[in-house]
Design a protein around this ligand. Structure first.
Ligand SMILES: [Zn+2]
Length: 197
């Protein structure tokens, strides 16, 4: 049995659109998809904080509104745009504009307990899939970036996970220091020891 079956999808891309792409992983040379059912889709949305932990979104409701299908289509679109941008080509602006147009926004003023006034942006949730608005927005923002080189894949040879390098020096190399970063350190240590023997 695949070891990943009991694990949760990774969330260390520092970018919600890339976190969605990272629901497909390679482990020991095998592809594993964290989005296989409506329960998986709901679980991912909870972890992504698109729905509150106690929100009663049932798998049946998820299936009815095609959440899994929509999420996977969005994932494919983001992957394609990443490839396009990495190749220096123009992204599919028409399609993202169509997705963005499905989420009308409105604004209102909110007064905090301290009396401070904030302008709040809210989207009109017409359908369940509007819960994905933050992912769609993150995708649109990604497509406007000229520093696309900061969107990279982990350098570990067995890893395909993406991240946005938000470090000051822009030298992030690993999806996670705890996994791939450490594996690299161990390999380097072994190599060094082997040559000194
Ligand atoms: Zn990695």
């Amino acid at each position: 049995m695949n070891k990943l079956l009991n694990k949760e999808p990774p969330f260390f891309a520092d970018n919600l659109a890339l976190d969605l792409v990272n629901t497909v992983v390679y482990t020991n040379g095998e592809r594993f998809d964290f989005l296989q059912s409506d329960i998986d889709a709901i679980q991912w949305m909870r972890l992504a904080k698109l729905i509150p932990a106690d929100y009663s979104l049932t798998p049946a409701l998820g299936a009815e509104s095609g959440l899994l299908h929509y999420l996977k289509k969005l994932r494919t679109f983001i992957s394609e745009q990443l490839d396009t941008l990495k190749n220096g080509q123009k992204p599919d602006v028409k399609h993202i504009n169509q997705l963005l147009s499905e989420y009308p926004l409105f604004h209102y003023l909110e007064v905090s307990a301290e009396g401070e006034i904030h302008l709040v942006e809210q989207y009109i949730a017409k359908e369940l899939k509007s819960l994905f608005y933050p992912v769609v927005l993150a995708t649109a923002q990604l497509m406007t970036r000229i520093d696309i080189h900061l969107f990279r894949q982990c350098e570990h040879e067995d890893c395909i996970l993406w991240f946005e390098d938000k470090t000051k020096a822009h030298k992030r190399r690993w999806c996670s220091m705890a996994t791939c970063g450490n594996k690299h350190k161990v390999t380097q240590f072994r190599k060094r020891n082997a040559t000194t023997l």
